[in-house]
Ligand binder design. Structure first.
Ligand SMILES: [Fe+2]
Length: 277
């Protein structure tokens, strides 16, 4: 299994305080922000490898680790290593009731629950995963940066789609709740929303966007089920005030075959991965 932190330095308290040691090629302030893994282990592994290659060891995950895909246990076990992990609506659906889910999403969540209760696994690891999911916060704030799964107004469930720029009332309400910058997921559509009610795709921006003090929402896209017609896994790297959108190829065929082999996961959940929709 791919090691999330191969040989990277950790925190040290030998000076009486904690700090992150940096080596050649490493930047102390850089973090990777990922979201919507949806039990896609091949996509997650490829993204973690891409992050690791850049010498970055701080990863924030905006939720929906599970749901839709074939490897919920493996994905939870990897994501536990992240510095910050928020609760997504599918994570909550596994913990409680899948409220407002379509039939395919609901069937996938029921199957996911079974996977988390498999009798072949020790009670210790089962309990560890359930506790991890149950303890996830809905939002995280740090130095004027807000991190949520959905939106600043409704961190768990509200979608902010690109076309919402035409819904002035909605966007103004959301921007009011953002101190400066908000990172979010949930729609699986990456891009930047400005307070002037514009939406920019990563391609519009040439893949990067510099934060210059104006209120900004950044959708980091989806690792495990992109829906912007680019099937590659998506996440962002945040380096001081610059956001870089990253796309990573992964072994889609393997994930699709796994989905096809599980009757509770509808085939279109695999088909959509090939098209990024
Ligand atoms: Fe999602």
């Amino acid at each position: 299994m791919f090691n999330i932190f191969p040989g990277l330095p950790g925190l040290s308290g030998d000076q009486g305080f904690s700090f992150v040691r940096t080596g050649p090629g490493e930047s102390p302030g850089v973090k990777a922000i990922i979201s919507d893994i949806h039990s896609n282990f091949e996509a997650l592994s490829a993204v973690l490898e891409d992050i690791s290659k850049q010498g970055v060891n701080e990863i924030y995950c905006l939720g929906d680790v599970i749901g839709y895909g074939p490897n919920p246990r493996e994905c939870i076990d990897q994501i536990m290593n992240c510095k910050v992990v928020l609760l997504g609506n599918h994570d909550q659906g596994a913990l409680f009731d899948p409220d407002g889910f379509n039939r395919a999403a609901e069937m996938a969540i029921m199957w996911t629950r079974q996977q988390l209760e498999l009798p072949s696994e020790t009670r210790g690891i089962q309990a560890k995963r359930w506790e991890f999911l149950a303890e996830r916060p809905r939002s995280f704030r740090e130095n004027g940066y807000l991190f949520v799964h959905g939106s600043a107004r409704n961190p768990l469930n509200e979608y902010v789609f690109p076309e919402d720029i035409y819904n002035q009332r909605k966007m103004e309400r959301i921007f009011t709740l953002v101190e400066r910058y908000c990172f979010q997921g949930h729609t699986h559509v990456p891009g930047i929303f400005t307070e002037g009610l514009q939406f920019h795709t990563p391609d519009d921006l040439g893949g990067a966007y510099k934060l210059e003090g104006h209120k900004t929402l950044c959708n980091v896209g989806s690792v495990g089920q992109p829906r912007d017609l680019d099937p590659r896994a998506c996440y962002v790297m945040l380096d001081d005030d610059t956001i870089r959108f990253r796309r990573v190829e992964y072994d889609i065929d393997t994930t699709v075959k796994k989905i096809y082999a599980i009757p509770e996961l509808e085939n279109f959940l695999g088909d959509r991965l090939r098209e990024g929709r």
